[in-house]
Ligand binder design. Structure first.
Ligand SMILES: NC(=O)c1ccc[n+]([C@@H]2O[C@H](COP(=O)([O-])OP(=O)(O)OC[C@H]3O[C@@H](n4cnc5c(N)ncnc54)[C@H](OP(=O)(O)O)[C@@H]3O)[C@@H](O)[C@H]2O)c1
Length: 288
């Protein structure tokens, strides 16, 4: 694999919090030269930590360095994105990547005044290199831009391309919110372990090991999940008794309904940001 550093691109992160830090860590480990990375963050704690951990340049305020960057990654909270995008000096030729949850590609393009934008939706396991990131490219992003973006997000897990904001809402519902569904399920199993007499510490360890083991097995065997489940379920046995209770409570149907609710909520949030933008434009406060 060709190292990122061989591309000699300069990259800036606007926002060096949880996600900005995860991505900086990922690309540095992947070979991107720390001297080509700039992080812009309001928080002095984030700046100090990133400079000390990765040797990247940090700054509190936008300066002429930002204007020279080849790539700008936007990693601020959704409600801060619009103001952040109004930053003065940006290279008109830069490739922009937004990891800002919920804000639609068309809004980001309008705020930045360019279509050379890729919207990305990573999830929290990206912070430990095990993320799933959905990517949606704007019209101005060409094949080499897409390759570069893929490389950046592969440094923190797997990537998949989609071709609409609607599909990004689906990514948000399945992989973005997905870790919380697993935690919710694991919490239930941990409570069961405690009820059956294990200490809270042992219960947590057992449940995490079971979850990890089951997922590792599924990834290695690459057969259908229902076949794997069937292999653990003997007629008249303990697993069958447990699954009968889960079926009675329609847990699978509940999971589907939950993910659909998340998808609809993602769409509503995206519309809210877009409408807020329109209200802003109507008020005559156009920033660019
Ligand atoms: N965390 C995740 O796993 C995850 C997953 C998917 C998507 N995302 C998305 O990633 C984005 C960042 O999330 P996060 O958890 O990394 O947030 P975070 O930890 O709060 O980091 C954002 C940082 O950006 C700084 N900031 C805000 N506006 C700025 C500006 N104009 N210039 C410079 N710095 C600025 C903030 O400083 P102040 O707070 O002091 O203003 C903060 O330190 C969000 O839009 C989120 O939806 C995150």
């Amino acid at each position: 694999m060709v190292a990122c550093s061989s591309l000699s691109r300069t990259i800036a992160f606007v926002g060096g919090g949880n996600m900005g830090s995860a991505l900086v860590g990922g690309i540095v480990r992947d070979g991107w030269s720390a001297s080509d990375i700039l992080v812009l963050d309001n928080s002095s704690a984030n700046r100090t930590r990133l400079a000390a951990t990765y040797g990247v340049s940090v700054t509190a305020a936008s300066d002429e360095t930002l204007a020279r960057m080849d790539v700008v990654v936007w990693a601020v909270k959704p409600d801060a994105m619009r103001a952040a995008a109004a930053v003065g000096a940006l290279s008109p030729a830069a490739l922009h990547i937004s990891v800002v949850a919920g804000v639609r590609l068309s809004d980001i393009c309008a705020w930045l005044g360019t279509a050379r934008v890729v919207r990305a939706m990573p999830n929290t396991p990206a912070q430990v290199g095990a993320g799933v990131t959905g990517l949606f490219a704007g019209e101005g992003a060409d094949r080499s831009d897409r390759n570069l973006v893929e490389r950046i997000f592969r440094s923190v897990g797997m990537v998949l391309w989609v071709d609409s904001d609607r599909q990004m809402d689906a990514v948000t519902a399945v992989s973005g919110s997905g870790p919380a569904y697993f935690f919710h399920f694991l919490e239930g199993l941990q409570a069961a372990a405690e009820r059956l007499g294990f200490s809270p510490e042992d219960s947590r360890d057992i449940v995490l090991r079971v979850g990890h083991g089951a997922i590792q097995q599924a990834m290695q065997d690459r057969i259908g999940l229902s076949t794997l489940r069937g292999r653990v379920t003997s007629k008249g046995g303990t697993t069958e008794a447990a699954l009968a209770v889960l079926d009675r409570h329609r847990t699978k149907e509940a999971m589907i309904e939950a993910a659909i609710a998340a998808c609809e909520r993602a769409t509503a949030i995206g519309a809210q940001f877009g409408n807020a933008d329109k209200a802003f434009l109507l008020a005559g406060k156009i920033l660019r």
